[in-house]
Design a binder for this molecule. Structure first.
Ligand code: AMP
Length: 282
């Protein structure tokens, strides 16, 4: 496994493989790798000749300085994990490699970035759009793998790739959870044992919403059922609970038994956690 730090070096690496008709899959991450990341890497490994994983904690997408500073960076562990999964190259750019100057160009995703995460994390998706565009240019992958844990991010990247004609296939893969139901996240490591127990109720809330929706409740009733459950749990502070179209992220106003996504953001012990669940009626 090669560890490559310079944009020019990873580009040379990729172009050489492309010249030899090798298919390149990219998994962008911010490190602190868990089984959610690993499932993306395994899928990429099975479908490509060359798998590149990038690790870059992108300051441009953090709207909270404390969150950026406290973000875990267990690099040796991450490299061991990636080696064991048969990754060909890890792209590990420094901040100056990625941003020799503060970018002046912004990525405006339109209305889909104004709801949910976009509403509560100003500037976040611009940061994601800029860094992912740079990674695409630095690595020139044929395909790229994102987790549905960050549903809005996945949809926005898909939209950007379509609207701006990036010649890249974007794949979205299912959320990997702890046995408690808690969606795996690099931020979970910052929770205490009791915080982890509290956080497992995030998924309980989503499941309660699913049952409601599937038995014909209105969108409002479905959301309220989730809020009611969270209200009973001490130490969960809700930021939003939204029921949206899983492609357009538009708010759902009626229950026709259509597929919808129930999306939540909450704080536990001051750590912001997001999760979502697809719901539909048979
Ligand atoms: P991050 O390192 O948090 O930027 O995440 C890198 C990629 O891993 C993103 O595409 C995430 O959506 C994905 N990811 C994070 N957590 C999970 C999870 N629990 N299950 C599946 N994918 C995940």
């Amino acid at each position: 496994m090669q560890v490559i730090e310079r944009p020019s070096a990873i580009l040379e690496y990729s172009l050489e493989h492309r010249k030899n008709s090798k298919k390149i899959g990219l998994v962008p991450t911010m490190g602190a790798l868990h089984e959610g990341h690993q499932s993306l890497v395994k899928t990429a490994r099975a479908a490509n000749d060359i798998v590149v994983v990038s690790i870059f904690v992108n300051p441009l997408q953090f709207n909270n300085k404390n969150d950026l500073e406290k973000y875990p960076r267990p690099l040796d562990h991450d490299l061991e994990v990636l080696e064991s999964l048969g990754v060909n190259a890890v792209y590990l750019p420094g901040e100056k490699d990625m941003y020799p100057e503060e970018p002046q160009v912004t990525v405006n995703f339109g209305y889909m970035a104004e709801v949910m995460e976009g509403k509560f994390r100003p500037g976040h998706f611009n940061g994601v759009g800029v860094v992912v565009t740079k990674l695409f240019h630095h690595i020139c992958p044929h395909s790229t793998y994102f987790g549905l844990k960050d549903l809005q991010q996945y949809l926005l990247i898909k939209r950007m790739v379509m609207d701006l004609s990036f010649p890249i296939e974007v794949l979205g893969l299912p959320i990997i959870r702890e046995t408690s139901g808690l969606a795996m996240s690099s931020r979970n490591g910052r929770l205490s044992e009791s915080g982890l127990k509290v956080a497992s109720n995030i998924y309980q809330g989503l499941q309660k919403g699913k049952v409601k929706w599937e038995t014909g409740a209105t969108p409002k009733e479905t959301i309220q059922a989730v809020l009611d459950l969270y209200k009973e749990i001490e130490h969960i502070n809700v930021e939003y609970v939204e029921l949206v179209d899983p492609d357009t992220l538009k708010n759902i106003t009626v229950n026709n038994g259509q597929a919808v996504a129930l999306c939540v953001a909450v704080f536990v012990e001051g750590i912001r956690l997001i999760d979502n669940l697809y719901l539909w009626q048979d």
